[in-house]
Design a protein around this ligand. Structure first.
Ligand code: XIL
Length: 312
């Protein structure tokens, strides 16, 4: 049985994966993806980001994003839009134009409403707003608008698509700690102010043998706020070279994370940040680390695959 089948059977909406346009030219890759047993959900890894969708002010390009959206649509897969407002992969014009508060508000509203109006079942409207110490990241949005950029974006998103689930997505919020508390406080303020917010994305870029032990307790705290949440970017990297012992630990670690999602009904689904080590972002971003996905670089299932399947 495929992983998505198992996820749905366990009451989740999906098991899914991030994917990138260039990977879709690899017929071995698409051959495994195309049986749709394993993946009931897609996230475009890069092609819906700001630099890809609005490279010049007011000039929108959806060609690449649409390839993934249409793939999802044609197979009835859940589509997570990723993402609207983020400090990275932001075209230079957003910062160098030195917008004042009124100008940047219009820029954010136009970007968010055009994206969210275009497609997706759920959107990471706000991506990575917090520093690890729980303070707000001092990016162009915060520096110009303060925390107001968050309600501005969420309201524009709701107006553009009343049915899309609106998320804030971040890392190091998966476990009990300062950053997670700060995000919960932000959410309480948004809720008190009547700002639309449906869910929280737990990125979950973990390290083998170091999966946090407070996932369930932390997940429950978000559920208690009346929110849904999802594991949005799961991978579990190891220091290379990979060994049999590390691969076994990785199996346990994937089991632990999927099981934590199963323990809390507000967890809607699990997305891996690509499914094969061949296309993982890890080696280029964390030198010395890799082998973070459930399939190896030759598309062979790793023990981690079994960890996911057993958990579901
Ligand atoms: C990463 C992609 O995987 C890379 O291909 C790209 O070069 C950089 O971005 N948090 C996020 C994702 O929200 O968008 C990032 O994706 C990984 C970290």
């Amino acid at each position: 049985k495929g992983l998505n089948y198992l996820a749905r059977n366990a009451g989740k909406l999906y098991f899914g994966t991030a994917t990138d346009n260039s990977e879709l030219n690899d017929t071995t890759y698409t051959g495994i993806m195309d049986n749709y047993l394993h993946f009931g959900q897609l996230t475009p890894e890069n092609s819906m980001k700001w630099d890809a969708t609005e490279p010049e002010p007011g000039v929108f390009t959806f060609a690449a994003g649409d390839v993934i959206a249409n793939l999802a649509k044609s197979y009835g897969m859940y589509l997570r839009g990723h993402n609207c407002v983020w400090y990275e992969q932001l075209p230079d014009w957003v910062t160098v134009n030195n917008y004042n508060a009124t100008g940047l508000t219009a820029v954010v509203e136009n970007h968010v409403s055009t994206l969210v109006g275009h497609y997706a079942d759920a959107w990471d409207v706000i991506n990575e707003p917090l520093n690890d110490n729980g303070t707000f990241r001092e990016d162009v949005f915060y520096n110009t608008l303060g925390t107001e950029y968050i309600p501005i974006a969420l309201k524009a998103a709701r107006a553009a698509d009343p049915n899309a689930k609106l998320y804030i997505n971040d890392y190091n919020i998966e476990y009990v700690g300062t950053k997670s508390t700060a995000l919960q406080n932000l959410i309480k303020e948004l809720q008190a102010d009547g700002v639309p917010i449906d869910g929280v994305g737990m990125e979950s870029h973990f390290i083998v043998g170091e999966v946090p032990t407070t996932l369930v307790e932390n997940f429950q705290a978000y559920a208690d706020l009346g929110l849904e949440f999802a594991i949005t970017e799961l991978d579990i990297r190891m220091e290379l070279p990979e060994t049999a012992a590390l691969l076994e630990q990785q199996k346990t670690d994937f089991y632990t994370v999927v099981n934590a999602c199963l323990s809390v009904s507000a967890c809607k689904g699990v997305t891996v940040w690509d499914w094969t080590d061949k296309y993982s972002w890890i080696p280029s971003t964390f030198p010395g680390y890799g082998a973070a996905c459930p399939w190896d670089a030759n598309f062979v299932r790793k023990p981690a695959f079994d960890g996911i399947a057993i958990a579901f």
